[in-house]
Write a protein that binds this ligand. Structure first.
Ligand code: TPP
Ligand code: MG
Length: 304
């Protein structure tokens, strides 16, 4: 009989071969992050505007999750034993679609329908539209509460699947996020990992002018979470943090949070310094420059 906390291990579908060296792993995941950024620029160009800055800023986090950490079957998004990835921030869907295309769940050719009528890829993430989109995020502050219920439910079912929740720093303004943080600790949800994109930006301006949430690290620690803070645009640092979180993972134990400091528009200098970065308008002639800057930066790093 299955007791409450007994867990069946899901078939690991870890990417990369078992003989992969750390350098090869870093190179593989960095290349995935580059392609995610490239997809996001192509999608943004269809509409001429959008949440492109967030997709570029969070591309390294998405790459580490989808190209390295998550156990899932790209062709079978409802596979029962899959790890769940919950995107709280519906407006980041552009980056999530790019990662799902990179993972093979969505055809790359479909990305050009982003934001168009009848597309499976609406501007704000919808679970009923898109394979691999577990929740309809967008009403900020709801992702972590849902993740808590899901992680608890999976544990009751004896599943070894894990739950990952992607939050933005704007979601730290929401009381529901902190209620859920208390719940995660109370229920000792060792099968839950949250990651927060701390890009220091919100719709109405800089995070520290909208609502000062720092010191963020100390807050999560005080809520009883296993807390790490890293440069969210450093793939090596992210891999190490996610590996640490995975090493902590158990049916019962502290939930993990990885606080990721990122830069909006990362990888495309033209966009990194742009004012009004929450929802970017990019001129027709600028898209090709963006792609060229992205590729030049990636190639510079690769030869280093
Ligand atoms: C509950 C709720 N309140 C307000 C909004 C409106 N809104 C949409 S995006 C956003 C900014 C939230 O901050 P963050 O996600 O950090 O912004 P970004 O870094 O993408 O600029 C806000 C307030 C919302 N979607 N949900
Ligand atoms: Mg933000």
């Amino acid at each position: 009989m299955t007791t409450t906390h007994e867990v069946h291990t899901a078939t690991p579908l870890r990417k990369g071969s078992t003989t992969e060296t750390p350098a090869e792993r870093l190179e593989r995941v960095s290349a995935a992050a580059y392609r995610i950024r490239h997809h996001a620029l192509n999608m943004g160009e269809v509409q001429g505007q959008g949440y492109v800055g967030q997709a570029l800023g969070a591309a390294d986090m998405m790459a580490v999750v989808y190209a390295d950490q998550l156990r899932f079957r790209p062709e079978d998004p409802h596979w029962e034993a899959r790890d769940r990835f919950l995107l709280s921030t519906g407006h980041y869907a552009i980056g999530h679609y790019a990662a799902l295309a990179e993972a093979g769940t969505i055809p790359v050719s479909e990305l050009e329908t982003y934001g168009s009528d009848d597309s499976r890829l609406p501007m704000s993430g919808m679970s009923t539209y898109t394979p691999g989109m577990e929740i309809s995020g967008g009403s900020l502050g709801h992702g972590l509460p849902i993740a808590i219920g899901m992680a608890l439910g999976l544990r009751y079912q004896g599943s070894g699947a894990r739950v990952y929740n992607f939050l933005s720093d704007g979601e730290l303004d929401e009381g529901s996020t902190w209620e859920a943080a208390m719940g995660g600790h109370h229920h000792q949800l060792g099968n839950l990992t949250a990651m927060v994109d701390i890009n220091a930006l919100q719709a109405d301006g800089k995070t520290d002018t909208v609502l000062r949430t720092e010191p963020v690290t100390e807050k999560w620690e005080a809520f009883g979470w296993y807390t790490q803070r890293v440069n969210g645009n450093d793939v090596g640092a992210l891999l190490a943090a996610f590996d640490n979180a995975a090493a902590q993972a158990a049916a019962v134990g502290a939930p993990s949070v990885i606080l990721c400091d990122t830069k909006v528009g990362r990888g495309v200098p033209l966009l990194e310094e742009r004012e009004k970065a929450h929802f970017m308008r990019i001129e027709e002639h600028e898209w090709q420059t963006c792609r060229e800057q992205l590729t030049a930066g990636f190639e510079r790093k690769a030869v280093r």
